[in-house]
Each structure stands twice: as C-alpha cells, then as structure tokens.
Design a protein around this ligand. Structure first.
Ligand SMILES: Nc1nc2c(c(=O)[nH]1)N[C@H]1C(S)=C(S)[C@@H](COP(=O)(O)OP(=O)(O)OC[C@H]3O[C@@H](n4cnc5c(=O)[nH]c(N)nc54)[C@H](O)[C@@H]3O)O[C@H]1N2
Ligand SMILES: Nc1nc2c(c(=O)[nH]1)N[C@H]1C(S)=C(S)[C@@H](COP(=O)(O)OP(=O)(O)OC[C@H]3O[C@@H](n4cnc5c(=O)[nH]c(N)nc54)[C@H](O)[C@@H]3O)O[C@H]1N2
Ligand code: SF4
Ligand SMILES: [Mo]
Length: 735
C-alpha cells in the first residue's frame, strides 16, 4: 500500500502574515506594568535564515523566512540530514511559538503561597539577585549538592554547566527515567551499546519493520517518519503490535492487537519459533553470541500456544510473523521503541527486543542497526569543575544497580521528599513541565512544598511555572542561539540554532540567564566568553570551522564514514564478554533474570480499563497547546474507547465524559472517540492536555491530563524507570 508522505508531513498555509504579538498582560500577575513590545526594524523583502527546530527535541534543520522584517514561515533545510528539507507539522507551525499570546513577558516573583499562581513582575536583576541569594544560602547551609537541575533539551546546556560549576552532581531530565532509559540500559546490557537519539535504526533500508507500540506517524520524529514512509513505499513488510490500531498499523501487513502489558510473552514466543525452526542467522550467532545454549533452553517452553493465552494473539499469527521477520533478515528491524517506560519490566522487554534483533543478525547491517558517527567538535575549554563532596542523591546505595548514564528524576524527587540520602532544598527547572512529565503529580507537589527555592525557566505560564518562586521568561528558539547540534547519526554534521527575530518583550535566552546568574554566584571564571557568539566561534574554530560560515549554511557535514560493516569486518560489542549477551551474567549477579522472563501483568478490575496514552502528530507533550497554528489543528484531546464497550455503556461519539482512576482521581472532561480501533480492555488519550495552570488560559481545562490520572507507577528494579501504563480508569458521565 502506498503511503502519502504529504499526509504525514505537510501542512500548508502555516504562515503568519501580519500578526503582531500582543502586549496584553496577564490579569493574574499583580502589579504588572505594561511591557512595551519591541519594534523590529523592518527589512524590506524576504530574508532566509537557517536554524534548527525546537518544537520537539529532534533538532531538525530549518530555514526561517522573514517578510518585510516579520517572521513569516519556516521550512526544512534541504542540506540538513535530519529534516532533508521537510519539517513535520509541528515544526512547520513552529513560528506560532514566537507569536504565542500566552508568552511570559518578564521575570515574576511569587507572592503568597506556592501554587496559588500569584506573582509580581520584577526586573531581571531583582529576579537573579533573589535566586543567587537563595542558592548561596542553600550551598552554605546544606552544601551545593542540595540543588537539583531538571532540564530537557539543548537549551539546558548552559544551566548544566552552571550547576556543575556550582558543585552539584544532581542534574536530571524526564527523558531518561520517564522515556528511553530502559531501552538504553536493555540494549547496553545486551550489546554493550545504547540506541541513542536519533535512533540508529536503518528504517529506510529495512525490508521488514516490526513496531512494538512505536506509533510512528503519530510519534512524529521527522526522520523516522520519512524513513518509515520510504520503507513502506518500497514495499517493506510491516508488522505492528499495538492494542490500538495506530496510524502505523494502517500501513501494516500484519497487525497484532496485543493485550496490553504482555509483549514479553510475544517476544519470547517469537524467539521460540525462530530458534526451533532454525530461522536465525546461525553464522552470526555462532560467532557473536554469549550464552546462546542457556537462552535456547530457557525459551524452549514459550510456545505460541502458551503466548496466545497471555497475549490473545493467535498461535498461527505468531508463527507467521516470526517467519516473516526471518525471511528478510538481516534487513529486518524490530524497532527498539523510544518511550519505553510502560510496565516496570521495561529493561527486560527491551532486552528481549535486543535479542530478537540479534537473531536477525542485523547489527551493523543495511536495514538493521547502522553504526552512527558524529562531527567531533571540541568542548569549550572551561576550567575544571569542583568535585562534589557527595554522590548524586537519585539512587542511594545503588538500589537500581543499572541506573547508569543519566540521573533518575523521580529518584531526586524522592530524595527531596525524604531528605535521604541528604536534604534537597532547591530545584532549578528548565524547559520541563514536571507536574505533567513525572508520574504522580501529588508527590511532585509535596516535594516542591519542601523546597527553599524553585526556579522555573519557561516560555509560557506552564503548570510547573505556577508552582515556582521565580519564573524566568525565555526567548523562544527563533529568537536565540543555542549550543551546536552534533548528534551520532548516519551522517556526521554540525548544525546551528541562531536568532531569526528579536524577542518581543523582556525575554532572555538561556545562555544569557546562566551567565548572569553565574556571575552573581561568583562563578564568573566559568563564563569567560563575552557572549554566545564568542563561545560558539571558539568551539567551531577548534574544529577548523567558523561561526560565520555556519551562520550562513546552518549545517556543515563531516567527511563521510561507513555506517555498515564490511563483509569480513567483525562488529565490536562492549559487554563484559565482548559478545551479545543472550545470557547476562551481569544481571544474574545482581539477582535479576539472566534471560528475560514473563510475568503476567495485573488485570484491570471489573468495570475498569487500562489507561494508555501517546502522541498526536500536531502536538509535543504539553509544549505546544497554546501555539495558535497547532491548537487550531487540535484544541483538545479525545478518549479513545472501543465501540462495543461504548455501545454497552451508552457512550456516544463526541460526548464528554470524565475518567476516574483507581485512586479516586477524576479527570477534566474529555470527548469520547468511539472507535473500533482499540481493544475493549483499554482506553487511550494523547498526553499533554488538561493542564491546570490558571495563568495558562489558552489550555486551562482543554481536554484531560493522563498525568493527573497516573497516580500509580511501577519502578523498573533494574534501572529505576517509571512504568506508567499501570493505571486503571472507569468512565463517568457527569460533566
Ligand atoms: N508528535 C509528536 N511526536 C513525538 C513526540 C511528541 O510529543 N509529539 N514525542 C517524542 C518522544 S520524546 C517520544 S519518547 C516518542 C514516544 O513515541 P513512541 O515511543 O512511539 O510511543 P509510546 O508512547 O511508547 O507508545 C505509545 C503507543 O504504544 C501503544 N501501547 C500502549 N501500551 C502498549 C502495550 O502494552 N504493548 C504494545 N505493544 N503497545 C502499547 C499505544 O497504543 C500507542 O500507540 O515520541 C516522539 N515523537
Ligand atoms: N503522563 C505522561 N508523562 C510523560 C510522558 C507521557 O506520554 N505521559 N512522556 C514522557 C516522555 S517520553 C518525555 S520525553 C517527557 C517529556 O517531558 P517534558 O520535557 O517535561 O515535556 P513537556 O511537558 O513538553 O514540557 C516542556 C516544557 O518546556 C517549556 N518550553 C517550551 N519551549 C521552551 C523554551 O524554548 N525554553 C524554555 N525554557 N522552556 C520551554 C514548555 O512550555 C513546557 O512547560 O515526559 C515523559 N512523561
Ligand atoms: S520532528 Fe518536527 S517538531 Fe521535532 S524538531 Fe523536527 S520538525 Fe521540529
Ligand atoms: Mo520521550
């Protein structure tokens, strides 16, 4: 079936002709002076400026257009390896971030109690002096380790630097323990290497793609969608495993509507068939597998008939799809997923996915996992950071033995609540809406109430900003420089984010805020550069490039390197055995199953449904709801509910309902989407809606929040990720 790329990727007319940013001030902010809009010097005609997108964290290269000095539209930069000249609908609507009427316009200081959302407007000096005073006191009373930085995205770079200079090891992001942490650890335990972002999946050359929940097409990571579309167009065989008939499922040859939470059973049965029928890459396994015989023995009991009882997937379909995968090996890829924090057994599920891929012999092969490389640009030559006196507080006594790489955000929240292993007294929050992105909102708020200081840097009055002591308004990505983008990818390149327009009010870029605050904290030696241009140019010069050149092009590529193994080249695995660990001694030593095992998930009680959630093509988490171009396309989320169930319950399509979870939490009202496209035992909604900040008028009570209903979470004992697909809801009618 041919797929129209246009349907996935193109939205037209997303331009702002003559829209002016409004200067209305928020009525909740007391004593606010009217902030004058800055006047932009109009340059006649059309000016094109390359930059990279920030509507999500994929960092697609883009070209912004100014028309007579006004931001007009943004398109993909054809030179950019990630966007290849096309942005996703969110990126195309990115200019709406600049024109957003809800933007924070000046620094705010809390009046009254936390969470009341009463603020006074202050100057930058007043705001930063206040923060510096508090941070100095925290340092002298409790030690620098008592400050935590939560950040997400490249804009956090200079705050990470600031916090390391201040002396804390507690830097974290929700993109690990609430997102891809289990996947990275599962693959690392198996191959000695992580998947990374962008994922090293050679989707465009794959002949068979297996998606386990990865809802590409709704999950709009641009390059992945383009590559997936290319594979579909070339006739790749697509197998989709999802309790919900996703957009990707509509492109599939085989759709497996699995019972939620039972994927490990399916994976084990697939491997059982492939091993029993000797369909795996024998040469590859003989050469590179460790513990294959034990693995073989372990999985011998997991027949398709056994898996059928768990997954509700017919044994014959399990066999057929296993054979289908094997037919196209090594150009078969079982996508490792990205948001993998589902049920608390996620590292083991990721390991099962890693092993199934290993049976395909696809490491370093075309259509499998390619070997990425990057443009090496040296770091800025800063003085060394002070060594923190105490270890990070996120994982005391290494309770989660394989929590490696990034710190656990929920672990740091726990430390704040319990004051163990030591008190945490300050949170600096950059670009992450913690009440939406961490499970159990109540715990987040209780932790906030224990703090001496909480600072939020945001662009709109998000839910988390409502809980801050100080809110700092940032310039949006189209108004600022950020650090260079040099990801590991199939092509090495460096790309630049640079300002396209001025900030309309008193917003400042992150680097400026970090530097000013650093100076007020006496850390000026860590900010030796005059401005970010000097910083960027220094880094680029160290690599023989220049800012001038990169400003013009937006993207510069590194000399090409091979991303597949040569015929006779051996892959390297950085595991303790130097092989792909089918049987993991590392896990065994710490008391975990050396070969993944299946445990039946808890069933929803009678009358309850499992709450599932995911993405919509035109929104990013809770980041884009007030962007006019995007909210015009989707104003609120819907509740997907099975048509038979809805009929039985008397719920009509389009009718508003509320959800009540197992702990009695009732959601905002949400529109029912009555559909055959979901199983009867679960419901689904898009994450990011239903924010509760009163200041955030545009989104207040628009749709329901999955986060509000995710009061339960199941922690992965291996690495501390928080499985969040473990909540059950009933449906209520009163509106
Ligand atoms: N438009 C848009 N795109 C995005 C983002 C965004 O905010 N907006 N965010 C990006 C980020 S950071 C991430 S991490 C990714 C997340 O995107 P993915 O990694 O693709 O998605 P998940 O959230 O894990 O999965 C949601 C899908 O899993 C299915 N599912 C739920 N439970 C189960 C189960 O038990 N078994 C199986 N097999 N399937 C299940 C759901 O029905 C849904 O289709 O998206 C990225 N892309
Ligand atoms: N319930 C639930 N929880 C989840 C998920 C889910 O699907 N459901 N998904 C998980 C995943 S996969 C991830 S990656 C995380 C994502 O978690 P977060 O990164 O916390 O995502 P957002 O909720 O979009 O929060 C982004 C915040 O940054 C602000 N912002 C936007 N642009 C800028 C800017 O230019 N500068 C600054 N300073 N701020 C800006 C936005 O207004 C918003 O408040 O959440 C995880 N948590
Ligand atoms: S995937 Fe879309 S929103 Fe994300 S960076 Fe690329 S164009 Fe922007
Ligand atoms: Mo994520």
């Amino acid at each position: 079936m041919a797929i129209s790329r246009r349907r996935f990727l193109k939205i037209t007319g997303a331009t702002f002709g003559a829209v002016a940013a409004t200067s209305a001030i928020n009525p909740v902010i007391k004593g606010a002076k009217k902030i004058e809009e800055k006047t932009v010097k109009p340059v006649k005609g059309i000016v094109k400026i390359p930059t990279y997108c920030d509507i999500c964290f994929w960092k697609c290269g883009a070209v912004a257009y100014l028309k007579d000095g006004k931001l007009w539209k943004i398109e993909g930069n054809p030179e950019d390896p990630l966007s290849k000249g096309r942005l996703c609908p969110r990126g195309t609507g990115g200019i709406g971030a600049h024109y957003d009427e809800n933007r924070l316009k000046a620094p705010l200081l809390r009046k009254g109690s936390r969470g009341k959302e009463e603020f006074v407007q202050v100057t930058w000096d007043e705001a930063l002096d206040f923060i510096a005073r508090k941070m100095k006191k925290i340092k002298s009373d409790y030690g620098p380790e008592s400050m935590v930085l939560f950040s997400h995205g490249v804009g956090g770079t200079f705050f990470k630097h600031l916090m390391k200079a201040y002396g804390t090891p507690n830097l974290t992001a929700p993109s690990f323990a609430q997102c891809r942490g289990p996947r990275e650890i599962g693959f690392d335990l198996t191959y000695g290497d992580a998947i990374g972002s962008p994922e090293r999946t050679d989707l465009k050359n794959a002949e068979c793609i297996v998606l386990i929940g990865s809802h590409i097409g709704e999950n709009m990571h641009n390059t992945q969608v383009q590559e997936f579309s290319a594979a579909v167009e070339k006739g790749a065989s697509i197998i989709v495993v999802d309790p919900r008939f996703s957009v990707a499922a509509s492109k599939a040859k085989y759709y497996l509507p699995i019972k939620p939470g039972t994927d490990i059973a399916l994976l084990l049965a697939w491997m059982n068939v492939i091993v029993n029928e000797k369909l795996y890459d024998e040469e590859f396994i003989n050469k590179y597998a460790f513990g294959f015989e034990q693995f073989k023995y372990e999985i011998s009991k997991y027949t398709p008939e056994w898996a059928y009882i768990e997954t509700t997937i017919e044994p014959e379909l399990i066999r057929k799809t296993a054979r289908e995968m094997a037919r196209y090996k090594p150009a078969t890829i079982v996508h490792p997923g990205r948001h993998t924090t589902w049920y608390g057994n996620d590292t083991q599920r990721s390991r099962a996915i890693a092993l199934l891929n290993a049976l395909m012999g696809n490491w370093g092969k075309k259509g499998g996992f390619y070997l990425p490389y990057k443009y090496e640009i040296p770091k800025y030559p800063y003085p060394p950071y002070p060594k923190p006196a105490r270890e990070a507080a996120d994982n005391p006594n290494h309770k989660y033995p394989f929590a490696e790489g990034e710190k656990l955000s929920t672990g740091l929240r726990e430390a704040t609540l319990t004051e163990k292993p030591y008190p945490i007294k300050g949170w600096f929050v950059y670009g992450t809406n913690l009440t939406q992105s961490l499970p159990n909102r109540k715990e987040t708020i209780e932790a906030i109430q224990k703090l001496d200081l909480i600072v939020v840097v945001d662009v709109v009055p998000s839910e988390i900003a409502g809980w801050a002591d100080v809110v700092l308004p940032e310039s949006v990505y189209l108004e600022r420089y950020d650090d260079l983008n040099t990801p590991l990818f199939r092509e090495g390149f460096v790309s630049l984010r640079q300002p396209v327009v001025d900030s309309p009010h008193d917003q400042k870029p992150n680097w400026w805020i970090a530097k000013k605050l650093g100076e007020k904290l006496g850390l000026q030696k860590y900010f030796p550069w005059k401005n970010i241009e000097e910083y960027l140019d220094t880094r680029l010069k160290l690599a023989g490039l220049s800012l001038k050149e990169l400003k013009k092009k937006g993207v510069i590529k590194a000399p090409e390197e091979p991303v597949y193994l040569d015929k006779n080249e051996d892959p390297e695995f950085y595991t303790p055995t130097g092989k792909i660990e089918f049987y993991s001694l590392q896990l065994k030593e710490k008391g975990f199953d050396p070969v993944p095992k299946y445990t039946r998930p808890e069933e929803p009680p009678a009358g309850y449904f499992r709450l599932l959630y995911g993405r919509a093509p035109v929104h990013t988490f809770s980041k884009t709801q007030s962007n006019k171009l995007l909210s015009d396309l989707m104003q609120e989320n819907e509740l997907w509910i099975n048509a038979d169930v809805a009929r039985r319950m008397g719920i009509k399509n389009g009718e508003y309902v509320r959800l009540k979870n197992q702990d009695g939490i009732v959601s905002n009202k949400v529109k029912a989407k009555v559909t055959e496209r979901i199983r009867t035992d679960c419901v689904f909604m898009v994450h990011g809606f239903g924010q509760q900040s009163k200041m955030y008028r545009k989104t207040f009570e628009k749709g329901a929040s999955d986060s509000q209903l995710i009061t339960r979470y199941k922690v992965d004992p291996i690495m501390g990720g928080t499985g969040m697909n473990v909540n059950f809801v009933t449906i209520e009618w009163e509106v």
